[in-house]
Design a protein around this ligand. Structure first.
Ligand SMILES: NC(=O)c1ccc[n+]([C@@H]2O[C@H](COP(=O)([O-])OP(=O)(O)OC[C@H]3O[C@@H](n4cnc5c(N)ncnc54)[C@H](OP(=O)(O)O)[C@@H]3O)[C@@H](O)[C@H]2O)c1
Length: 234
C-alpha cells in the first residue's frame, strides 16, 4: 500500500497533534481512550508520560508511532512501533508548513516501521535522521537547550530590558540575527559583546545593574558569563 493510501489516525489533540493533522490532511485528532480502530497507522501526540496508556488503548494491527524526543520504542510494546520526533517547536496555532525543512528523529522496531516513519517525515518536508534509543535522552536534552532554554533566556532579557523601557519587539531582531550568525558561522565567530572583547568593567557594571533591578537573575548571568568565557578560551 502506498504512503498516501494509508489511513492515518492521530491521538492527542494538543499543539503537535493539531498541527500534524492539518499538515497530513487527516481527520481531527482523537482524545483519551481512543482505539483508532481501522487505521493503518496511528500517531500518538500525547505527553511522554501518557504514551504507554494511549498505546494500550489502541486496537491491535496498526503501525503505532509516538512523537516524543526522549522516549524509546519500548513504551509502544506490543505494537509494531516507530517514532517520529520533529526537531521543531510547535506552538498553539502553528501553520501546517511549520515542519518544512525541520530535522526529524526517526526510529522503528522493524524495517517496515522505520520506513513508515521516514516516509511520514518526507511527506511533511522534514529531514529524517535515525536516533537510537540509547541516544534519545542526549538528543532531546540538546533540543530542549536549543529551544526551550532559549525562550527562558529571552524572557529574562525581556524583563531586564523592561526596566530600561525597552520592549520585546526591539530585542527580537537582535535575537534573530544572533541565531542566524550562530547557524551560518558557528559559535566562536558569532560571539560579539564585552566578554569576547575583554571589556571586564562593562561586565561588572551589568552585574551591579542586575543586582539593583533583578537580583534573582544575577546567578543566571554569572553562570552564562562563565560559560561564555570558557567558549572564548576554547
Ligand atoms: N509541541 C512541540 O513543539 C513538540 C515538538 C516535537 C515533539 N513533540 C511531542 O509531541 C507530544 C505531544 O506534545 P504537545 O506539545 O502536542 O503536548 P500538548 O499540547 O500538551 O498536547 C497533548 C494532548 O494529548 C492529550 N492527551 C493526554 N493524555 C492522553 C491520552 N492518554 N490519550 C489521548 N490523548 C491524551 C491532551 O489532552 P487533555 O487535555 O485531555 O490532557 C492534549 O490534547 C510529546 O510527546 C512531545 O514530546 C511536541
Amino acid at each position: 500500500m502506498g504512503e498516501l493510501e494509508r489511513t492515518i489516525a492521530i491521538v492527542g489533540a494538543g499543539r503537535l497533534g493539531t498541527a500534524l493533522a492539518a499538515a497530513l490532511g487527516t481527520a481531527r485528532p482523537h482524545g483519551r481512550g481512543a482505539d483508532a480502530r481501522g487505521a493503518d497507522v496511528v500517531l500518538l501526540c500525547v505527553p511522554d508520560a501518557e504514551i504507554a496508556r494511549a498505546a494500550a488503548a489502541l486496537a491491535p494491527g496498526a503501525l503505532v508511532g509516538h512523537c516524543s524526543g526522549a522516549t524509546g520504542l519500548c513504551a509502544l510494546v506490543p505494537h509494531e512501533a516507530f517514532s517520529l520526533h520533529p526537531l521543531m517547536t510547535v506552538a498553539p496555532g502553528a501553520s501546517p508548513g511549520v515542519f518544512t525543512g525541520a530535522g526529524c528523529a526517526v526510529a522503528g522496531s522493524t524495517p517496515r516501521a522505520l520506513a513508515e516513519a521516514t516516509a511520514l517525515a518526507d511527506r511533511l518536508g522534514m529531514r529524517p535522521t535515525t536516533v537510537t534509543d540509547e541516544d534519545r535522552a542526549a538528543y532531546h536534552a540538546a533540543a530542549s537547550m536549543a529551544s526551550n532554554f532559549l525562550v527562558t533566556l529571552q524572557a529574562a532579557a525581556e524583563r531586564v530590558a523592561g526596566t530600561a523601557g525597552v520592549k520585546r519587539e526591539l530585542l527580537a531582531p537582535l535575537v534573530r540575527a544572533t541565531v542566524d550568525n550562530w547557524a551560518s558561522l558557528g559559535a566562536i565567530d558569532a560571539l560579539t559583546g564585552p566578554i569576547v572583547r575583554g571589556d571586564s568593567e562593562t561586565v561588572e557594571r551589568h552585574r551591579v545593574a542586575l543586582g539593583e533591578r533583578t537580583p534573582d537573575l544575577l546567578p543566571l548571568y554569572d553562570e552564562l558569563a562563565r560559560a561564555t568565557r570558557a567558549l572564548v578560551a576554547r
